[in-house]
Write a protein that binds this ligand. Structure first.
Ligand SMILES: NC(=O)c1ccc[n+]([C@@H]2O[C@H](COP(=O)([O-])OP(=O)(O)OC[C@H]3O[C@@H](n4cnc5c(N)ncnc54)[C@H](OP(=O)(O)O)[C@@H]3O)[C@@H](O)[C@H]2O)c1
Length: 298
């Protein structure tokens, strides 16, 4: 019998399956060949696949999330970044207002990525200006650990991430300033990273990733802002980037990606990508692994 339109499963049926995959990953349960009746198949070389008939929304969401669900098991940590930007490449106005560059579909997508990752990382600029909660309140799923990168220790302890009790929060500083950081927010909320701040204040993001991995945080979501996501890309730390472009022109706002200059077009990064419609916005899912500057991995 042909399924009726109303009996075809959609996003509401798919999303709990995605959360199950994440739950098993956190419990260190390796993906297994699944029962033929399971709505998700798994194969070591192909990753997860949908079985049976699903509606278009579920098929598209599964395709979008598949790299996150499939990301290599074991081995090194896996990082995905995101930026929501205007047609002219800004992530906020000059004064820092970014509510909202993108439409509601992208906001829900951000919360889905938070739910699929172990930790969400933001720069001090974003933490100071947005005072974000960094929770999954628009979707089902557990909140990630909130990681605020603050090598200069400029963030006040009154930020919501330190006071709302909704999820664990880690303030990241260089290990040499950890005691100072602990005085501000308490020892259990400080991650002092040895060698985080190198010569001329350059942050060693591989050192950060290794320190988070030591805390059991291996699937990492770098949510912004432009400076922070750019630094992760410049150091070859990101596996994927979700760039959501909204049909808005901000004009002289806070820039999105800012990377070292290229001499010629042939030298520019040209990652392979897929596009997804998100309401009025267009999301680029970019595979950065093959095009990033080679960087040593600890
Ligand atoms: N559209 C989006 O997807 C999206 C996502 C996240 C954030 N945002 C917006 O992006 C803006 C922030 O991004 P960003 O690229 O400027 O910074 P960021 O990547 O969040 O943080 C790093 C930058 O913030 C500076 N910073 C450090 N402490 C600060 C403080 N207390 N107050 C202000 N800045 C501080 C740092 O300066 P030093 O290097 O000198 O320490 C560094 O340049 C905000 O307006 C936020 O609303 C947009």
């Amino acid at each position: 019998m042909m399924p009726t339109q109303s009996s075809i499963p959609g996003v509401d049926a798919l999303w709990p399956l995605c959360l199950d995959i994440v739950g098993q990953r956190r419990g260190s349960v390796a993906p297994q060949q699944r029962d033929a009746r399971s709505p998700l198949a798994w194969d070591p070389s192909q990753g997860f696949a949908l079985r049976g008939v699903w509606d278009d929304g579920a098929v598209e969401l599964f395709e979008l999330l598949k790299p996150v669900l499939d990301r290599p098991r074991g081995g090194r940590p896996w990082l995905i970044g995101q930026l929501g930007q205007s047609l002219d490449g800004c992530v906020a106005t000059h004064g820092g207002d970014s509510n909202y560059v993108n439409g509601p579909e992208v906001l829900v997508h951000l919360h889905r990525l938070r739910a699929l990752c172990d930790a969400v990382i933001v720069g001090a600029g974003t933490a100071a200006i947005d005072n974000p909660q960094l929770t999954t309140r628009h979707v089902a799923g557990s909140h990630p650990v909130r990681v605020l990168l603050d090598p200069e220790l400029s963030l006040p302890s009154t930020l919501r991430a330190f006071t709302d009790g909704q999820a664990p929060t880690l303030l990241v500083s260089d290990a040499s300033r950890a005691a100072e950081a602990e005085e501000r927010v308490g020892a259990d909320r400080v991650l002092g990273v040895p060698g985080l701040t190198g010569a001329e204040g350059v942050l060693d993001l591989h050192a950060l990733t290794a320190a988070l991995e030591a805390h059991g945080l291996r699937v990492l979501f770098v949510e912004g802002g432009g400076v922070t996501v750019s630094r992760f890309i410049a150091q070859g730390c990101l596996d994927r980037l979700h760039l959501s472009i909204a049909p808005v022109i901000i004009g002289a706002g806070r820039p999105g990606l800012q990377l070292p200059r290229s001499a010629a077009m042939r030298d520019c990064m040209r990652p392979s990508g897929r596009i997804f419609r998100m309401g009025a916005d267009v999301l680029w899912d970019l595979d950065l692994r093959a095009v990033q500057p080679a960087a040593p991995r600890g």
